[in-house]
Design a protein around this ligand. Structure first.
Ligand code: GRF
Length: 191
């Protein structure tokens, strides 16, 4: 059985691109059935067009409540028949509607070794603290901010300028995310 997944992203989508390439090359056994963004100008939407993958954009501000917004998102996910949500730079907390519709089926990537430096600008937080080793974490999503069971982590040494450290971290993300998802879905297929 092929896992059908949707990518959630608010921005550029370099992780989304790496996952897409991994599916094309057969390193990640799964199918991207949709790309969702909360931001109208998210570059990830252009990427989806280029790939020929359906994309949807909904603005939370257009809804009376977070629950109404998530219900509209869920309606779209049902149309795409999604098994897993893969967050890749989706800058919102997942609320109860999506959490209960996809129990243990929402995955996130975060650019630090959690539980250190959750939240926004994790790389900036790590550099400001002066750590010598940071890294990336792939985890299942629960109701907290960057909490939930850890699936995989990779350490990255802090070296050179901030830009260089960022480049190493993003490169580690692009490798680790596809590997962690493929392993998770392999276990899912065996179940
Ligand atoms: C990544 O660093 C990811 O870990 C974090 O947001 C960033 C998204 O980058 N959650 P991109 O849009 O995939 O390039």
């Amino acid at each position: 059985m092929t896992i059908r997944f949707a990518i959630f992203a608010s921005g550029s989508g370099s992780n989304a691109e790496a996952l897409y390439q991994a599916t094309v090359e057969g390193q990640l056994r799964g199918e991207i059935v949709g790309v969702f963004s909360d931001k109208e100008d998210a570059y990830v939407l252009e990427r989806a067009k280029k790939w020929g993958v359906p994309a949807a954009q909904l603005s939370p501000k257009a809804y009376a409540s977070k629950a109404d917004y998530e219900q509209a998102v869920l309606d779209q996910l049902r149309i795409w028949q999604v098994d897993f949500l893969v967050l890749a730079g989706y800058m919102r907390l997942i609320g109860p509607i999506l959490l209960s519709a996809f129990p243990n089926k929402i995955v996130n990537i975060h650019p630090s070794l959690l539980p250190a430096f959750p939240g926004k600008d994790a790389i900036g937080q790590a550099l400001a603290y002066g750590v010598q080793i940071t890294g990336v974490t792939v985890h299942l999503v629960d109701a907290g901010m960057d909490t939930g069971p850890i699936l995989a982590q990779r350490a990255v040494e802090v070296q050179g300028t901030r830009e260089q450290t960022e480049t190493f971290i993003h490169a580690a993300e692009h490798e680790l995310y596809k590997e962690a998802l493929d392993q998770l879905w392999n276990e899912e297929r065996i179940k």
